[in-house]
Design a protein around this ligand. Structure first.
Ligand SMILES: C[S@@+](CC[C@H](N)C(=O)[O-])C[C@H]1O[C@@H](n2cnc3c(N)ncnc32)[C@H](O)[C@@H]1O
Length: 353
């Protein structure tokens, strides 16, 4: 089975298929005229077919047998296996992100001496990668920026990244972006209904805001970020995706922006800043009208009861405030951040106490 899409959707399609473990890595995709035909490893399930359709638009899953050539390069693990000690190979597979045509490696100290070999292997396997950086230290500041060290390819930090049918200009050195949050961006965007007013408190380069605006014409979004570089990129990304009429960009501290400009207007607030959301929750509530609204609250929690712990945190933060949790609509693990520790998302309806 194969997936046929227009060539300019190729990068995005391959990323999504790879994430769903649907990509047949033993065979090479083929381009015929303007179409890219991508070999699949199995038939997508109904849910996966729906997702592919919603992200890639009208695309065709074909039963017919295309003649695909065998993939000569192989997976990243196979390529590095030819060049590195076997003890290093297990450290490589999940140790990088690809943002547009830039790859960012996160290597354990044992793998660091091999970073150039790993970067070369990565560029061989991921033909779209033109630049490789490695993470050169922990995230220390509030803007969630991490120092980067250039390893291979052209030394530039700007790129265009495709996610869920949107295009994002990203500067990996100047503003936060993680491709690991794309499912979360989609899950939140799918909940927004026409006529809503959304405040995206920690908007980054705008992945929630732009996707929501792209899905709905009748929506008003206020995207806030304290990092002026991020705020500038939200504006550019709104234009790139032709949704600038629906998004107002605010550069500044979300608490101040809400108090001074957005009090009482929102039906929904997105709080995607897990390390700090608890300190901002009461300020987020100021954006709601008198009936309250929906909050997408993010935090970190550990252990087997991590989701319960996260819900307790949300309820606890509102104790003795003018607001209460009326209903928790959903709780989910967004991604693991350490052994037995997760970023947790809670969708909850808040109302006056
Ligand atoms: C974890 S990132 C989330 C980015 C974005 N929501 C996404 O999904 O890519 C948190 C963002 O919050 C911003 N930030 C930190 N403190 C802030 C504040 N007080 N007010 C507004 N934005 C803030 C940072 O600059 C950063 O871009």
């Amino acid at each position: 089975m194969s997936l046929s899409i227009s060539k300019n959707q190729g990068e995005e399609a391959i990323q999504l298929l790879s994430k769903l473990k649907l990509l047949n890595r033993k065979l090479s995709p083929r381009t015929i005229d303007d179409q890219l035909h991508v070999p699949l490893s199995r038939t997508p399930q109904l849910e996966e077919q729906r997702l592919l359709e919603s992200v890639l638009g009208k695309q065709s899953l074909k039963q017919e047998k295309f003649h695909f050539r065998a993939q000569i390069i192989g997976s990243l693990e196979e390529v590095v296996a030819r060049q590195l000690p076997s003890s290093v190979i297990p450290l490589v597979s999940k140790s990088f992100d690809v943002i547009g045509d830039i790859a960012i490696l996160e290597l354990s100290p044992e793998a660091e001496p091999f970073e150039r070999n790993i970067a070369e292997a990565l560029m061989k396997v991921h033909k779209n990668v033109k630049t490789v950086y490695s993470k050169a230290g922990p995230i220390t500041d509030n803007q969630r920026l991490r120092p980067l060290h250039h390893v291979l390819g052209s030394n530039r930090t700007e790129t265009i990244h495709r996610e869920l049918g949107c295009r994002f200009k990203i500067d990996v050195a100047k503003a936060f972006f993680s491709p690991r949050q794309s499912t979360e961006h989609r899950k939140v965007a799918e909940q927004v209904r026409p006529g809503e007013c959304v405040v995206d408190m920690f908007a980054g380069v705008g992945p929630f805001s732009v996707l929501i605006a792209k899905r709905l014409k009748d929506v008003r979004i206020h995207a806030i970020d304290a990092n002026p570089e991020a705020a500038k990129l939200i504006g550019e990304n709104a234009k790139l995706n032709k949704v600038q009429d629906r998004i107002t960009v605010w550069s500044g501290d979300a608490r101040v922006v809400i108090r001074e400009n957005l009090a009482g207007i929102a039906s929904r607030v997105i709080m995607n800043h897990p390390s700090q959301a608890r300190e901002f929750l009461e300020h987020a509530c100021e954006a709601f009208g008198s009936d309250g609204g929906i909050v997408h609250y993010y935090t970190f929690a550990e252990g087997i009861d991590s989701e319960l712990e996260a819900r307790k945190e949300l309820t606890g933060v509102l104790d003795n405030s003018r607001w209460r949790v009326k209903e928790v609509k959903a709780t989910r693990k967004v991604r693991g951040v350490a052994p037995m520790k997760w970023q947790i998302a809670i969708d909850a309806e808040l109302a006056p106490a």
